[in-house]
Design a protein around this ligand. Sequence first.
Ligand code: DAH
Length: 339
Amino acid sequence: MKQQLDEIRRQAADSLASITSASALEAFRIEFLGKKGRLTEVLRGMGGLSAEERPVIGQLANEVRSFIEEQIAKLSEDLENAALEQRLAEERIDITMPGSKRPLGKKHPLTSVLDELKDIFIGMGFSIAEGPEVELDYYNFEALNLPKGHPARDTQDTFYINENVLLRTQTSPVQIRVMEKQKPPIKIIAPGRVYRSDAVDATHSPLFHQIEGLVVDKGITMGDLKGTLEAFCKKLYGEDTKIRLRPHHFPFTEPSCELDISCPACNGKGCRVCKGEGWIELLGAGMVHPRVLETCGIDPSVYSGFAFGIGLERTVMRRFDIDDLRLFYENNLRFLKQF
Ligand code: DAH
């Protein structure tokens, strides 16, 4: 029996040498130490031993058992360490490898010029107002002194949701919404999208952007309009920019005008950009019509105001000498990367 035990120890040591996985190690444990394992089998024969032999063999058997158990524990630890090492090696990051570059985006030219424009007006004490793009006929036309059937409506055909709801054709309805809620002094700009049912070409788009301006207070005059807009034009196009006002008509202002700036490309001498005129049309403006003030519950005998509307696309086109408005919406990177 002693021989058998020695043999088991020897075989166990042999087998262990070739074990390289946790599953093989478990199979080995069952083979030698399991309930039907080889050691247990030998121990079953202990009953046939004499009283002297029994403790000797018993001790030997215990030694063999602890020898195998120790070996299993040690090998199990070695295997775990090896597995961890392998995982670490496989998952190692080479920090010297060049990273994958993410191209940095930038602002769309419409956004960057709008931001610049907002900064200029905020610097002059204006705050920013907003209104809905899906607008009521009342705000877009009626309250702006454009009753149903008014001929000026024909120049601003748009998309109707129903008879009274439409996509706004201008940012001017924000004037009404602000005046309904806020009592003077009022000093706001309202940038936003506007819509018209125009066919797309180099200078027309069914969607474009405007910036509305409105100032209402006691004693506001055409002089305030001119001074404010001149300061704005000089900031946007340079200090030596000149402005001129030409009479015009808008239903919601009286008197109304259009504002031209001296051509920034040729300084007013006349060139391709200004088509030889020396002047470029920039925006529409005027003194808020007394009827519009009244409609909003503001007494025109106490308060007066001026308003203006700037087309963003046109302003940006002039600024960068862009001759086709479609470029703004096509998302062609070769175009967008230039700004
Ligand atoms: N809403 C006008 C348009 O779309 C632009 C405009 C002109 C706005 C004069 C104004 C203004 O506030 O006073 O053609």
